[in-house]
Design a protein around this ligand. Structure first.
Ligand code: ZN
Length: 248
């Protein structure tokens, strides 16, 4: 007997600036990018922050070469969904550790971009069922939650506060795309195709996976249709919401 998944609540759209912090190039494109396309279409300002350059992501390619290829693919992928700025923090792919250095790097990005909303990827142990999440995603998501708080405290990482950089405590919520504990969703029906194109832009990466006949549209559709049913639309992306204020 199948249990019907609970309905999702639409995410708020009364904000102007978002920063997306993910471990790897391609992490935004497995669902989140279609939501980004919707928001940039509304005139919102969205910046991508890649903690690593995904340089350990292609088995047949040396990391030195891979870094260049994947950064270029990510910049193009971002452009397709209306994101003009992609920052690469340059931390090591595959071996990220949750801890102060990671929090420091992300906090600096939050202070620089002063977002209302911070997005990251699912950082629960699994994607639901038996699909295990990956260590870099878990470290990045946890560190992002903490870094958002760190960014607002002038006595945490005070060495960053030079050349006009100020603490930033204005992040209202952190949203984790694809979390199995998602209670919210975004209607991406109108921007589904842009999301597909942004995933397809990761050509070298997709080829390197060696998945026979991988079709970005088919892959994304399987997820977005199921989520859409929970939101009452054709296509949706699910998000888990973490409120950063008190009592909301
Ligand atoms: Zn990843």
């Amino acid at each position: 007997m199948h249990e019907t998944p609970p309905p999702l609540t639409a995410l708020t759209e009364d904000w102007d600036r978002a920063l997306c912090v993910v471990a790897h190039p391609d992490d935004m494109e497995f669902g989140g990018a279609a939501a980004v396309a919707r928001w940039t279409g509304q005139g919102k300002h969205v910046v991508y922050c890649m903690v690593t350059s995904g340089e350990a992501g292609i088995d047949a390619m040396d990391p030195g070469e891979c870094r260049t290829v994947r950064e270029a693919e990510q910049v193009e992928s971002a452009r397709i969904v209306g994101v003009e700025q992609v920052d690469f923090l340059g931390l090591p792919d595959g071996i990220l550790e949750y801890g102060v250095p990671l929090r420091r790097a992300i906090a600096e990005s939050v202070r620089r971009h002063r977002p209302d909303i911070v997005l990251t990827n699912n950082f629960r142990d699994s994607w639901g069922g038996t699909s295990l999440n990956q260590a870099d995603h878990i470290a990045t998501g946890r560190a992002t939650l903490d870094a958002v708080r760190d960014a607002g405290n002038r006595w945490v990482f005070p060495e960053q506060l030079t050349d006009g950089l100020e603490p930033w405590g204005g992040v209202r919520q952190v949203w984790a795309a694809g979390s199995p504990q998602s209670a919210h969703g975004v209607d991406v029906t109108a921007t589904f195709d842009a999301g597909v194109a942004s995933l397809a832009a990761h050509r070298a990466y997709i080829d390197g996976l060696g998945w026979e006949d991988f079709d970005p549209a088919e892959f994304l559709e399987g997820m977005s249709r199921a989520t859409g049913q929970r939101l009452g639309v054709a296509h949706a992306t699910p998000f888990e919401v973490f409120s950063m204020g008190w009592g909301d």
